[in-house]
Design a protein around this ligand. Structure first.
Ligand code: NAD
Length: 279
């Protein structure tokens, strides 16, 4: 398992398992399958309503707590000072954990400065090993960094072959913020990336699937990936990306697929902003 060093020295797995849109009743089995296959990082959120089932799967796995890396996220309605602490406690109770590996501000809306300062305190108390953000564009990220004590360890943003975030990646590198890709498979609903002839050809050369090529490309670019699937075979497939290497020319070919246009999570899109407020 490849690991990544965060800006505070904490190591985290480069590949994790995402549980967005996995129904609560399916989550325990899916996370159990993922842990069985070898995933050690799980990415959930208060707004996914499946933290409790993630916690159940962790306990049933028999794995030691220190072998696992658990990420959850604070939702925007809980950003005011006391709300953030209460929401953190709720998440910890649901997960059944006494410390958290990574806590993220889910979106850059509302009083995220207040929320960030509460996260800083929890981090200083040692209850959270690393804190970070999600859906922050480079401008907002720099603003948050400049006016606070702790630089976010990661920024989790939509990233996949069709929206590679090359410019955002450079800014994150400059400020020592790790790039974590959500929707690394483009949520599967737009299969353009899997049907692309270059991806199919590269997959054939390596005896891999297009999904594995899409994930390996991001991993080779130092991007942390958290693919989601509720199906055992795909859960296995998405983890099986450590035994091959894309060449420089294959990486270049894949880089040229970038449209630089987010299709899922653009925080500056007013319709997405309105939608987030109704969650
Ligand atoms: P994803 O890109 O991981 O795509 C998942 C979908 O891809 C599946 O539902 C399935 O349709 C398809 N798929 C999965 N494995 C496949 C395979 N091997 N071959 C072909 N198709 C396959 O999308 P996601 O779940 O939205 O993103 C991953 C994780 O990122 C989430 O589960 C969540 O943890 C996180 N996330 C975070 C945010 C945020 O705002 N921070 C937003 C979205 C997702």
């Amino acid at each position: 398992m490849k690991t990544i060093r965060l800006n505070n020295g904490v190591m985290m797995p480069a590949v994790g398992f995402g549980v967005y849109q996995i129904a609560p009743e399916a989550t325990e089995r899916a996370v159990g399958d993922a842990l069985e296959v070898g995933y050690r990082m799980i990415d959930t959120a208060a707004s996914y309503f499946n933290e409790e089932q993630v916690g159940n799967a962790i306990r049933s796995s028999g794995l030691k707590r220190e072998e696992l890396f658990v990420t959850t996220k604070l939702w925007v309605q809980d950003y005011e000072y006391d709300d953030a602490l209460r929401a953190f406690d709720r998440s910890m109770k649901a997960l059944g954990l006494d410390y958290l590996d990574l806590f993220l501000l889910h979106k850059p809306y509302g009083n995220y400065y207040a929320a960030w300062r509460e996260l800083e305190k929890l981090h200083d108390e040692g209850i959270i090993r690393a804190i970070g953000v999600s859906n922050f564009d480079p401008g907002r990220l720099i603003d948050l960094i400049e006016f606070n004590e702790i630089t976010p360890a990661v920024n989790q943003i939509e990233t996949h072959l069709l929206c590679q975030r090359q410019i955002a990646h450079q800014w994150m590198e400059k400020y020592h913020v790790r790039h974590m890709a959500y929707a690394p498979l483009g949520q599967g609903h737009k299969n353009e990336m899997f049907e692309n002839p270059a991806v199919a050809e590269i997959a054939k050369v390596h005896g891999k699937t297009p999904a594995q090529i899409a994930l390996r490309f991001l991993m080779q670019n130092d991007v942390i990936v958290i693919p989601k699937s509720a199906h055992e075979e795909r859960i296995k497939e998405n983890f099986n990306i450590f035994d091959f290497m894309l060449s420089a020319s294959e990486m270049e070919q894949l880089r040229s697929m970038d449209t630089a246009t987010p299709m899922i999570g653009d925080p500056e899109n007013p319709e997405k902003t309105e939608f987030a407020m109704t969650w």
